[in-house]
Design a protein around this ligand. Structure first.
Ligand SMILES: C[S@@+](CC[C@H](N)C(=O)[O-])C[C@H]1O[C@@H](n2cnc3c(N)ncnc32)[C@H](O)[C@@H]1O
Length: 225
């Protein structure tokens, strides 16, 4: 993924708390610039295919982590009875509400993934799409997600794969300093991280997620509690 998949954020937008820093999308026109007019139809379509393969057709309560403006919500989680759209940015959720409307099916929650404000075991499923790449402490984030998932819940996680062809080519040609084959995450822009697939897999296992086989080439994992 996607050097350009980064927010219109500046260092002054980054909030420091006792939990890790958050990459703020407050006031960002990400949805419009990146998706609506950004000629990203191919990436959007690939995600659609991956989610179709990995998500259960039906479910009760789904948690969408880093939901942004709700790009994925209506078409891709259609069979879910109720969806909690969670994002740190209030303005992203306002955009989501404008797109999806007010209905008892959607619950909009402004919160930090590092401090999820839910009781343990609440959700039947969760997704985190294009959001792990903003989380410096992936282990803590995944531990939080794991805590709020119920028995047999499904979790679909997209991540930015550092071991991609473009990065490998650049590295081998001496045009990129960081090594795409090593296990540590790389911060290529402030608060934008690419991960090695083996590291993501390991973190999921360490947090007691049971991994399912991914039949799509997209850097995405599905797992159950
Ligand atoms: C690249 S956008 C992706 C939005 C949406 N998932 C999509 O694919 O269109 C990343 C989103 O993650 C949110 N985010 C980043 N760090 C977060 C955190 N610690 N807690 C909650 N949301 C966070 C941002 O506010 C932003 O809306």
């Amino acid at each position: 993924m996607k050097d350009s998949d980064k927010p219109a954020a500046t260092t002054s937008d980054i909030h420091q708390e006792e939990t890790p820093q958050v990459c703020s999308y407050e006031g960002s026109d990400y949805q419009e610039v990146f998706w609506d007019t950004g000629e990203r139809r191919y990436e959007d379509a690939v995600e659609e295919v991956a989610l179709k393969r990995l998500m259960p057709k039906q479910g009760k309560l789904l948690l969408e982590l880093g939901a942004g403006a709700g790009r994925n919500t209506p078409p891709r989680y259609a069979g879910w009875e109720r969806i909690v759209l969670l994002d740190y940015s209030r303005t992203q959720l306002l955009q989501a509400r404008e797109r999806l409307g007010d209905s008892s099916r959607y619950v909009y929650v402004t919160a930090d993934i590092y401090k999820l404000p839910f009781v343990s075991g609440l959700f039947d499923g969760a997704t985190m799409i294009r959001t792990l790449h903003h989380l410096s402490d992936a282990n803590s984030a995944l531990a939080n997600v794991r805590r709020v998932l119920g028995e047999d819940a499904v979790f679909v996680l997209e991540f930015a794969n550092k071991r991609n062809l473009k990065a490998i080519a650049r590295y081998l040609l001496g045009k990129q300093k960081w090594n795409p084959f090593t296990k540590e995450q790389v911060e290529f822009v402030a608060l934008n991280y690419n991960f090695h697939p083996k590291t993501v897999r390991k973190l999921l296992k360490e947090n007691q997620f049971a991994l399912k086989k991914n039949s799509s080439p997209y850097p995405i994992f599905a797992s159950t509690r």
